[in-house]
Design a protein around this ligand. Sequence first.
Ligand code: NDP
Ligand code: MG
Length: 320
Amino acid sequence: MKRIIILGSTGSIGRQVLEVVAKNKTEFKVIGISGYKNTKLLKEQASKFHVQKIADTDTAIIKIAAQKCDLVVNAISGLAGLAPTLAAIRAGNNLAVANKESLVAQGAKIMSLAKKHAVRIIPIDSEHSAISQCLVGRDVKSVKRIILTCSGGPFLGRTKKELAHATVASALNHPTWEMGKKITIDSATLMNKGFEIIEAHHLFGIPYEKIAVLIHPQSIVHGMVEFLDGSLVLQASAPDMRIPIAYALGARWTTQFKQLGTLTFGEVDHLTFEGIKIAVKYRTQGEKLVRVNDSAVEKFLRGEIKFLEIYSYIRKQMRE
Ligand code: NDP
Ligand code: MG
């Protein structure tokens, strides 16, 4: 039986991790979970899954992350996931990361610590799960480039003018994925895709110039690897996070494949959606970038800044 710890179990990814665990009861024992504000759900989960250790404060979460186990799943959102990621690795725990912010903030450190402690870092983010699946049995040296797909978010095809008064509700209305609020806004600004480029760079050791993004509104193909011989290997599935979660856990998940339908791939409109450019520009200041973006998203959600002001806010804060 695999003993696992789920950080951020009360969130969108965390709840889906528990769904996967519930379908694979005989293979997993959840020994620790963490939440933050939603203590009611945390307690319900603890009782349903017979979890001994629960945490909802920073220090207690770090302590749980360092508890010896077979796998820690980090599904905390934002920079708060960084300290638990480091604690889990230092304790020698294998780590399945949904919390991309920790990789953006301290990717080089995380990967070198993981090497030192001989722990595996397994991606949950669908694009990175896809890339890791495309690379199975392949030599990274034979990779020409990797391509992350991007739904384009709720505002795909819109102009700057049309986005001037975009509401919070419309930004939260993602066409293909159901996710937590923060990542949903990041998907609308394409900051999420910028973060995913940085995440891919660290996870796969691929230089930035070999990482590309293609707009793919259907969210069926999650990632592709182009090899030097010109062949393209891609991974496709319904946009359902339980699929990459189960893959990361080494668990079974059964679902019907959604009909392929018409699949389209196009270029990113970097003039309207500045997220990718901003993230790549400030990639060496990842921690500050994540912090500034977290605060920009909060301000937007509270109605203190407009949608397009997220970009100017981040640029201004990064320059200071
Ligand atoms: P949610 O907002 O749904 O959940 C976040 C989780 O983190 C909750 O359990 C929350 O607890 C906890 N949390 C929030 N703030 C803190 C804090 N300061 N300290 C400790 N715990 C905290 O987010 P998602 O599940 O959508 O996303 C989680 C991570 O996974 C993010 O990094 C995101 O980028 C990534 N991801 C998500 C995808 C998705 O489909 N949702 C897809 C790919 C990646 P509580 O609710 O109790 O307050
Ligand atoms: Mg993703």
